[in-house]
Write a protein that binds this ligand. Sequence first.
Ligand code: C5P
Length: 397
Amino acid sequence: MLFENNSLVLGVTGSIAAYKSALLTRQLIKEGAEVRVVMSKAATHFITPLTLNTLTGKDVYIEMFADDNAGTRHIELGKANGILVAPATANLIARVANGIADDLLSAIILASENGKVAFAPAMNVNMYNNPVTQENIAALKEIGYRFIEPEEGELACGDQGTGRLADLEVIVEEFHRYLHGQNRLACKNVVVTAGPTREFLDQVRFISNRSSGKMGYALANEAAKEGASVTLISGPSNLPAPPGVTKISVQSAREMQSSLMDYAGQTDYLFMAAAVEDITPAKRDQSKIKKTSLENSLAIEVNPDLVKNFRENDSKACIVGFSVEFEEGSDRSIEKMKNKGLDFVAWNNPSQKGAGFESDTNQIVLFENDGSRFEFPKAAKRKIAEQLIKTVVEQND
Ligand code: C5P
């Protein structure tokens, strides 16, 4: 159970998503937590205290001074192992960011003994994107509070955009990781490359490959969750940048190389998950080549080896390469690791079911340059990213 012997405060504030706090309460209890619910007055318009009182079997607190024994209630509740505010409104976030403690929940947060407070915001997209809200969020993150980022989609008001309360499962998992996680990459600079590159022949046509970027994006997301400062250098991909990750978009291998080189000498870990195109047209036409001239227009050059060049400029970074090989994969992958100066190479075989390009799952074999071998059986790319980072960091320590 994720929260065995944990006393938690669940703060519920006045967003339409407050109705989801009933299910969230049940999940936290199922995971072993002792949950005490504190609601803002506005939240009581969206869900009744009775519902949450019935689910927890405990008093639900709303008022600062509701009864004779309330004097130090904020101090007592502030001793909880963790405080989760879900949903968190812009108003609550703003008050906490400014040290205002004018209701019970904000006073508990200010009085929190161990400062372990996580917010799962839910609000209209314009309220969320408002620079004032964003500044408040940034200020709280700076202090070490955790934000479980809202999702993009249709909002209750009918608008489209970011502001939907994160999935409850994600909230529970991220809150657990925040309270009990290892923060394996705290203070580390991580660079991840992802996606394909596009090598343009003219303004319309290009050479590329089937990479979707899913593995690289999952790694960037995972590294950020482990506390790293993450830069994601991505070729064309439809995926959104993971929360808290700085994304640099590139097209060609040479553009990717030029962005990557900016980080040589200041990177702790490089995950080179991009499917860098091996070839590029020798010349790029500035318009569209006529069909009649196409036949003889495709002179090819070989692209530089980005990761090899990076290693030549950065002897310290721990570098993990990715090798796509259908057959005799282990020998070839190990050969690449040596040749390119990698510390690790992750071999994927796309001919196996549920592995490789475009798939949501993967299975890999990871080789280390000291001869070690680790197998990660078929799982979601998110899970593979988690296991891979754990192994690489443990081995590299
Ligand atoms: O040689 P191969 O393409 O199989 O090597 C795979 C690894 O090398 C990947 O990590 C890939 O990102 C990287 N690579 C590179 N530059 C290239 C080709 C591949 O950095 N031109």
